[in-house]
Write a protein that binds this ligand. Structure first.
Ligand code: PNS
Length: 160
């Protein structure tokens, strides 16, 4: 069965990778859909966010990555997926994800499975990673090496 793990991945974190790996273990195949959240301004362009997820999941059996343009429900139809998997950290995630799950069910008959975030990554977010980096902190414990390097470079450029 094919599952889709959608998100903005700005940048991909170890929390995202934990959910992707667990979704693959549950469903066999995962397509990671890297999209734009219209409520957020992205640090990285879509192409770069796709590339960073690809690099972090290189060699993972049953996992591939694609840009998400347009509706998630249409993306799921194109890749033959009937289920979306997302991670849940706290109550505010639930409120948002429930709304998305209902919309995706109504427009595309897509089921949504919400996985509790792994305990190590229970409160980690890309927003926090960007904030730590913006203030000169080390993000290597939160994101894979290539993403950490790119966050450092972007921050250094912004400061110069
Ligand atoms: O990591 P995020 O910010 O939770 O990711 C949100 C994303 C990109 C998965 C979501 O905005 C999305 O599904 N966008 C595609 C457009 C869509 O189908 N929206 C829901 C119906 S209005």
């Amino acid at each position: 069965m094919v599952a889709v793990c959608p998100g903005s991945f700005d940048p991909v974190t170890y929390g995202h990778l934990d959910v992707i790996a667990r979704a693959r273990d549950l469903f066999g195949q995962v397509v990671v859909a890297v999209g734009r959240n219209s409520a957020k301004n992205s640090l990285f362009a879509l192409e770069e966010r796709v590339r960073l997820v690809e690099s972090a999941t290189a060699g993972w059996d049953g996992v591939r990555v694609a840009p998400l343009e347009g509706l998630l429900a249409d993306f799921c139809a194109r890749v033959g997926a009937g289920v979306v998997v997302k991670g849940l950290r706290f109550g505010s995630d639930f409120d948002y994800e429930l709304q998305m799950a209902h919309i995706n069910s109504a427009i595309g008959h897509i089921e949504t499975v919400l996985l509790p975030a792994g305990p190590r990554w229970g409160t980690l977010s890309s927003t926090m990673v960007r904030e730590v980096a913006r203030n000169g902190g080390d993000v290597s414990g939160f994101v894979p090496p290539e993403a950490a390097e790119r966050v450092r470079m972007v921050q250094a450029k912004e400061e110069s």
